[in-house]
Design a protein around this ligand. Structure first.
Ligand SMILES: [Mg+2]
Length: 395
């Protein structure tokens, strides 16, 4: 049964092409069911789906002739396929798959497409969200279930080196979010306690304990106690020098500025120390910080911390508390971290992102970013490069 016409126009794009084709079809009065257009390097691909239900063969023929003539006069190729009405059931339950590569190779993208097809999914639409410093695409997928597809794509990501995220599309993606970030090796490139250890002359001992803790071999609270004890006697002035040494991760400022400009909240949760993290936070316009505090007596570190220890469980609690304070539903929270002590926070968030993380963390997080740019996270939230660039121009 011929209820629809799918018209595909391809060729060199120029102003007025869409107008001319739609004008040629106007006398038919056929309803437009769908239209999609993309221009790559000046080459146009336009798909137009029309309903021809209850129309005669002659009416269809007149419309087809008119659109072919219009395309021909513009030197464009026109293909028309009659068909039945689309089964709209396929359009429900859509998922968004974000694909990030640096570079993005055909083989990696092919593995993604195959995994989607193998899980019964169909790619309805592909949109490029960024071309620098990474290539990021957003695939709209129908017909596949979220969790099986997420698991299948996690394997693809591990094998192909492409970063992938699967999210439900729809209104949940809109509105403000709360982004909670780890600090050491996430917001900044350094481990602050190791920088302090250099001043204390116990760099190697501290680094060894840090590595064991981050691999999950050691309870974080215990490792913190061990490492802080090694710092006993360090002059408090060393902390000022450490603040100067800290290097933000590339894209950190862009990430925070864009999130703030678009009305989102950003908070920092760190197993490090207020004495260093607070100044980094104010530099990037963040006022909510949860971290440990170093005890000082007579101008030197005592080798102890003050107050509750911010460990794995405390990081997750902080995320929930910030979400409640900002009245952001948990499914609109995002957590970003790299270490084993971030795992609870990553699991508690609506979207947990392992950022250049240890394998253990990568495997357990909802998704992973393995390119060294923090602003890449924005693509996972559906924010395009153009929007990011516009946000940087705002006062
Ligand atoms: Mg970290």
């Amino acid at each position: 049964m011929t209820d629809t016409l799918l018209i595909t126009i391809t060729g060199q794009d120029r102003p007025g092409v869409t107008t001319a084709l739609l004008e040629a079809l106007a006398p038919s009065g056929f309803a437009v069911l769908d239209i999609e257009q993309v221009v790559i390097r000046g080459h146009l691909v336009l798909g137009l789906l029309l309903s021809t239900q209850d129309r005669s063969d002659q009416e269809r023929q007149v419309a087809m002739d008119a659109v072919c003539a219009a395309a021909g006069s513009l030197d464009l190729h026109c293909q028309i396929q009659p068909g039945a009405l689309e089964d709209d059931g396929r359009r429900h339950g859509r998922l968004l798959v974000t694909v990030i590569g640096n570079p993005l190779c055909p083989a990696g993208l092919g593995s993604v497409a195959a995994a989607i097809a193998n899980r019964g999914g169909n790619i309805d639409r592909i949109v490029r969200v960024a071309s620098k410093p990474v290539t990021a695409l957003e695939l709209e997928v129908s017909g596949a279930d979220h969790e099986p597809l997420r698991q299948a794509l996690a394997s693809v990501a591990a094998e192909s080196g492409v970063d992938l995220a699967v999210q439900h599309s729809g209104l949940g993606r809109r509105g403000s979010r709360l982004v909670v970030m780890d600090v050491d090796s996430t917001l900044i490139q350094d481990e602050v306690i190791e920088l302090i250890a250099v001043h204390a002359g116990c760099e190697a001992q501290v680094a060894e304990v840090t590595q064991r803790a981050m691999r999950g071999e050691l309870d974080f609270a215990e490792s913190l106690r061990e490492r802080v004890a090694l710092l006993a006697g360090t002059p408090v002035e060393s902390l000022a020098q450490v603040r100067e040494q800290v290097r933000l991760t590339p894209g950190a400022r862009t990430l925070c500025r864009t999130l703030h400009q678009l009305g989102n909240q950003v908070a920092l949760v760190s197993g490090g120390f207020h004495e260093v993290v607070d100044s980094i936070a104010s530099e990037i316009g963040v006022s909510d910080v949860r971290a440990n505090r170093l005890e000082v007596a007579d101008g030197v570190l005592t080798g102890r911390t003050l107050g509750p220890v911010i460990d794995r469980a405390a990081k997750a609690s902080a995320l929930r508390e910030f979400a409640a304070a900002y009245e952001v539903p948990i499914d609109r929270t995002v957590a970003i971290g790299d270490g084993a002590n971030d795992l609870d926070m990553l699991a508690a968030a609506g979207l947990g992102i392992a950022f250049n993380a240890k394998p253990l963390v990568r495997q357990q997080a909802h998704t992973a970013v393995n390119v060294p740019y923090l602003d890449t996270v924005l693509y996972l939230l559906g924010i395009t490069r153009e929007e990011i660039e516009r946000a940087q121009l705002c006062p």
